[in-house]
Design a protein around this ligand. Sequence first.
Ligand SMILES: C[S@@+](CC[C@H](N)C(=O)[O-])C[C@H]1O[C@@H](n2cnc3c(N)ncnc32)[C@H](O)[C@@H]1O
Length: 233
Amino acid sequence: MTSKKHQKLIQEQMDYYSGRANEYDQWFLRQGRYDKGEDENLVWFNEVESLRAKLAALAPLNNVLELACGTGLWTAELLNISKNITAVDGSEEMIAVNRNKFNSKKINYIHANLFEWHPQKKYDLIFFSFWLSHVPPEKFTDFWQMVMESLTPNGQVFFIDSLYTQESTASNQMLRDEKDTIVSRVLNDGSEYEIVKVFYDPDQLQKDLNNIGWKIKVKTSGKYFLYGHGRKN
Ligand SMILES: C[S@@+](CC[C@H](N)C(=O)[O-])C[C@H]1O[C@@H](n2cnc3c(N)ncnc32)[C@H](O)[C@@H]1O
């Protein structure tokens, strides 16, 4: 892909999330076109609960960096376990939803494109949920380098992302082949966007991270999510 096409894709991804900011939580809360029925929703919520408990176990923390904070579905958990949060996102609309939810002096919001942004200080925990899958494969190593440079010597990384399963996405969005990294997404108003979505195999991801200097274990919560937790090697 040429760098112009690349930039267009990254911009389109930010535009997509800006347009989605006010309907984003429906996905997480399994509402509307994301409602897969009581039993399936329960599987989802139980897995979310198990991830929450894992994150809560990292308390107490001082300075946390949340990359691609979105509407704050996980900022809520980080607020419980840390003194300060720097929350970065490329969409002002997402930041506005997040800010209005918590109205907290503990959170410092930064509106920035994460492919151009570098932190000014080091953090004890760097957290990102449903972000790694939106990092284009050609930017994977640079992204992790930025994370590495932003950690205190004993700092930790915790991330959560999607496993490849049709039940995760909206009923009017079919997943393409697992190997396709560019997917089409539709908002409630029918508008369509192309974005990056990479589905990782947990074992392969763990190996790839080990190869670039990380000691991170990547596991699954069951059907819906993978999560990684660890430190620099
Ligand atoms: C799938 S959402 C995840 C939000 C949140 N972490 C969560 O778990 O609910 C992806 C987020 O990445 C943000 N984003 C997309 N492209 C970005 C970029 N280039 N730089 C910074 N943020 C970006 C979007 O605005 C959106 O909030």
